[in-house]
Write a protein that binds this ligand. Structure first.
Ligand code: MN
Length: 388
């Protein structure tokens, strides 16, 4: 059965504080809509969302209230935490822990409130030094290394961070490392310490907090520290979750392929686009891995392309014979074995054999929307054979 906590009950809880007289007035008279949201949304829904246990919600809520110095709310939530199964020792450790992350003043005030709850419930905690939990040496070495950077500027801070914060406080057995992490993350969110969140969110996940629980902590704290603080935590949370995603199983490296020359598609240069006897060997085609396509073209003497352009340009490598290439309005070039011709995008040109000798070249061009060439009119003899 749900434990319904009405706004009126909340008021009753608060009435034990010193300024009870002033607070006797029912908040529902001041902000009835807030009272309705408190009853129906916060206590009628939020605390019952099953992704985070009530015990965890109490740890998170108390940590946030301690961190932000919301002393007047503490007695009620300390009591609620005890009702949700948080032990007196755990609350005591929480207050001590949060003092490190939000400061001694709020820690000390919270300790006094906790003492009065203990007194009212006839509870106490043992003051003896406990046996400390073991450290994970690898993680501790990595953490120490990050503190070493601080040591140059603030050696005292680095010293106290190592001893006692991480070598002692975090190892006290009264609050499990996972719960210390939960409390630390709640404190950072509550106090808007986005810069420190990635380290502690990562540590929390290492310490056993699940990703859905971490997300729910952010949602829960929107109600206890306000929407802006919660939203400021979403970015760091996203970074941490992304960084921890298992990398997708890498594709096995593609194998190189050899296509025997005999298997290359052969065809005659169509008369619409070529003059004379032209044989095209398709070498490779643009495919999913790239836009490049290549072909070997053999021009018999006097054979040549029509005028044309390439949307991404073209590279020609002469592999046999002697040929000619010409850009419109420019002098014709003679090209020989090993010569490389680079044709810029959209430049109108033709290429082919010379009048007396055959020529072969490899032609490589990138496709745009599946096409690597725009064909135009044939090159008449008067231009092909023009005196240079
Ligand atoms: Mn071309």
């Amino acid at each position: 059965m749900k434990t319904q906590v009405t706004a009126a009950a909340l008021m009753a809880a608060l009435s034990s504080t010193a300024d009870a007289g002033r607070r006797q007035a029912d908040p529902a008279d001041g902000a009835p809509a807030l009272a309705t949201y408190t009853d129906q949304l916060v206590y009628g829904e939020l605390w019952d969302r099953d992704v985070l246990s009530r015990r965890d919600r109490s740890l998170v809520t108390v940590a946030a209230l301690v961190a932000n110095g919301r002393t007047s709310q503490l007695q009620f939530h300390f009591g609620r935490a005890l009702d949700h199964g948080v032990t007196p020792v755990e609350l005591s450790e929480l207050v001590t822990h949060v003092a490190y992350y939000a400061g001694w003043p709020v820690g000390t005030e919270a300790a006094a409130e906790l003492a009065s709850v203990f007194r009212a419930r006839k509870l106490s905690v043992d003051a003896a030094d406990p046996e400390l939990l073991a450290l994970d040496p690898d993680k501790e070495a990595a953490r120490k290394q990050s503190v070493a950077r601080v040591a140059v500027l603030a050696p005292g801070l680095a010293q106290y961070t190592n001893e006692p914060l991480f070598s002692e406080v975090w190892r006290r057995p009264g609050l499990a490392p996972r719960d210390r992490s939960l409390v630390t993350v709640a404190t950072l969110i509550a106090t808007g310490q986005a810069e420190q969140m990635p380290f502690h969110l990562g540590r929390a996940l290492d310490n056993g907090l699940t990703e859905p629980e971490a997300s729910e902590v952010v949602a829960h704290l929107a109600f206890y520290c306000g929407w802006p603080r919660a939203f400021s935590a979403v970015g760091p949370l996203g970074e941490v979750l992304k960084a921890r995603q298992q990398p997708a199983t890498p594709e096995p490296p593609a194998e190189l392929t050899v296509t025997p020359r005999a298997e290359a598609p052969h065809f005659s240069g169509p008369p619409a686009n070529f003059t004379g006897e032209v044989e095209v060997e398709s070498l490779f085609r643009a495919d999913l891995d790239g836009d490049n396509g290549g072909g070997m073209v053999h021009f018999q003497p006097g054979a040549r392309t029509a005028w044309h352009t390439h949307p991404r340009g073209q590279t020609l490598v002469v592999t046999a014979g002697v040929g000619w290439v010409q850009q419109e309005g420019k002098a014709r070039h003679t090209i020989r074995v090993g010569d490389v011709v680079r044709i810029p995008p959209h430049v109108r040109h033709w290429h082919g054999a010379s009048a007396e000798q055959a020529m072969s070249h490899i032609a490589i061009a990138e496709s745009v929307d599946g096409s690597s060439v725009t064909w135009m009119e044939l090159v008449p003899d008067a231009i092909y054979r023009a005196e240079q």
